[in-house]
Design a protein around this ligand. Structure first.
Ligand SMILES: Cc1cc2nc3c(=O)[nH]c(=O)nc-3n(C[C@H](O)[C@H](O)[C@H](O)COP(=O)(O)OP(=O)(O)OC[C@H]3O[C@@H](n4cnc5c(N)ncnc54)[C@H](O)[C@@H]3O)c2cc1C
Length: 459
């Protein structure tokens, strides 16, 4: 018999897990199909930025992340294109500007959260076929859903099966990542090191253990999937630095590049894309995972309202309309950073001018906010708050824990969580302001939903 559910999410990475949890908050039936039989335990990403941290706070998850976060030795400092002059402390936020959390921990926490809310996560289930919103796994099992979401990473099978173009550019540079122990940590001090031959970025702790990146700019990897050994990793680091560096205990060695691509449609009919399935770019500034988690939080309530029958016409299409430009902007800044990092001395004047600009207060704030996702906003309205992330009003985080709409105003509003206040504001489940001001609330609300999601079908 054909199994049925509301939504099948393909991929139990951090973004798939976040989306599963968001859908469960609204009572949507979710099956997550993951190819791997168990988590790899490896971590590409380590940086969670302020907008993500705000989101986690408004879901009651922040304490769990703080408890596993490492203490960065340069918490206030940030770089753009390898220029380490940004000052994060110049931007005010209600949460830390950055948390250093290994991606494996992020995945674990988000998956635990999704499962605790009732998501059905199945491992060892590679999706190989899609027909409408019916998916087929490699073992021939089929599940019919109302929607399929590809959260299956940069090489997304869902995106390919749906025929969605992944427009952009191939890699031009070669990156190596090594989780190793450096015998003498003073050989590569913590930070970013540029020579005429490339970059070595050291994130090794005083005991020598940690991560080292090596970047060369004379072409991409001939084969990105070719296994990387310690000899090649070490010789590349030494060639860039021009001196010997003893390393041992490789825990993870891998290749990456600056391929930069974005799905031209985040939705095609009953198929949607989130996270790396929708966009890939050079990991400068540690933005990809953060971008993907925000996709999930934007899509979750819209997809839930569509399935629950409370969505206004066209609500689901606002997912692409809102998130594609945000992704496009991240890709643009990642590409800019690759240019700034090109070690060719003819780019030295560019770096010097850019450094001068970055030291200006306004440019510093602009770039820090951009990397943190704090400047993201959607369609504006009559009131300046509309389209922006709602301010951290006392009690708001608690009221949005279940993904509810929140009404701020003098009296309660049926169906929404209520926060007493004189200035009226209606806050979407993803934390952005749908409406604010004096008049026109009902009309503004009807652009999004026909009613608040009072009925949770599965809860
Ligand atoms: C070196 C490096 C450093 C980075 N640092 C940062 C950082 O500091 N901050 C940041 O925000 N981002 C960073 N990123 C980017 C970040 O790692 C990715 O954006 C993130 O992993 C995307 O998450 P995802 O859930 O979309 O995809 P993935 O993590 O790729 O997860 C996809 C999941 O889908 C599964 N899957 C794939 N195909 C199928 C299939 N057919 N059927 C079933 N399951 C399938 C996979 O097994 C996987 O579990 C970095 C990337 C790199 C390379």
């Amino acid at each position: 018999m054909l199994e049925t559910t509301d939504v099948v999410i393909v991929g139990a990475g951090p973004v798939g897990a976040m989306l599963a949890a968001e859908l469960r908050l609204h009572g949507i039936g979710v099956v997550v199909l993951e190819r791997l039989t168990r988590p790899t335990g490896l971590s590409k990403a380590h940086a969670l930025h302020a907008r993500t941290i705000q989101t986690l706070d408004r879901r009651g998850l922040l304490d769990r992340f703080v408890s596993v976060a490492g203490k960065g030795p340069r918490a206030g400092r940030a770089q753009f294109g390898g220029l380490e002059v940004l000052d994060r402390t110049a931007v005010e936020a209600d949460v830390p500007m950055m948390l250093g959390v290994p991606q494996a921990e992020t995945e674990r926490i988000l998956l635990d959260h999704a499962v605790s809310l009732g998501a059905d996560v199945r491992r060892g289930q590679e999706v190989v076929g899609i027909d409408g919103a019916t998916v087929e796994t490699v073992s021939g099992h089929r599940i019919a859903a109302e929607f399929v979401v590809g959260a299956d990473g940069g090489r997304s099978t869902v995106r390919k099966l749906a025929g969605i173009d992944f427009a952009g550019t191939d890699a031009t540079i070669a990156g190596l990542l090594g989780d190793v122990t450096v015998e003498d940590p003073r050989a590569i001090p913590f930070g970013w090191h540029r020579t005429e031959r490339g970059w070595v970025i050291s994130m090794v702790r005083p005991d020598g253990a940690g991560r080292v990146f090596a970047l060369t700019f004379d072409g991409p990897h001939a084969d990105r999937d070719a296994p990387l050994g310690m000899a090649e990793f070490r010789s590349t680091v030494e060639r860039i630095l021009g001196r010997p560096v003893s390393m041992r205990d490789p825990r993870w060695l891998s290749r990456f590049g600056d391929g930069c691509r974005q799905a031209v449609e985040y939705r095609r009919g009953t198929v949607l894309l989130v996270g790396d399935a929708a966009h890939v770019h050079f990991p400068a500034g540690g933005q990809g995972l953060n971008l993907g988690l925000q996709d999930a939080v934007n899509l979750g309530w819209k997809l839930a309202a569509t399935i629950n029958g409370t969505a206004a016409d066209g609500l689901l299409d606002t997912y692409h309309a809102e998130r594609h430009p945000v992704g496009e902007r991240v890709l643009r800044n990642a590409r800019t950073q690759v240019v700034l990092m090109d070690p060719d001395p003819r780019f030295d004047p560019l770096r010097e001018v850019f450094t001068e600009l970055m030291l200006l207060d306004e440019t510093n704030r602009h770039l820090v906010s951009m990397l943190a996702g704090l400047d993201v906003h959607y369609a504006p309205g009559d009131h300046p708050a509309i389209g922006h992330y709602a301010p951290a009003l006392p009690g708001l985080a608690k009221r949005q824990r279940g993904g509810q709409w929140v009404y701020v105003g003098p009296e309660p509003l049926d169906g929404a969580e209520w926060l007493a206040g004189q200035e009226q504001m209606l806050i979407r489940p993803d934390g952005y302001v749908a409406w604010a001001g004096e008049q026109g609330m009902a009309e503004a609300l009807r652009r999004w939903v026909t009613s608040f999601p009072a009925t949770n079908r599965h809860r």
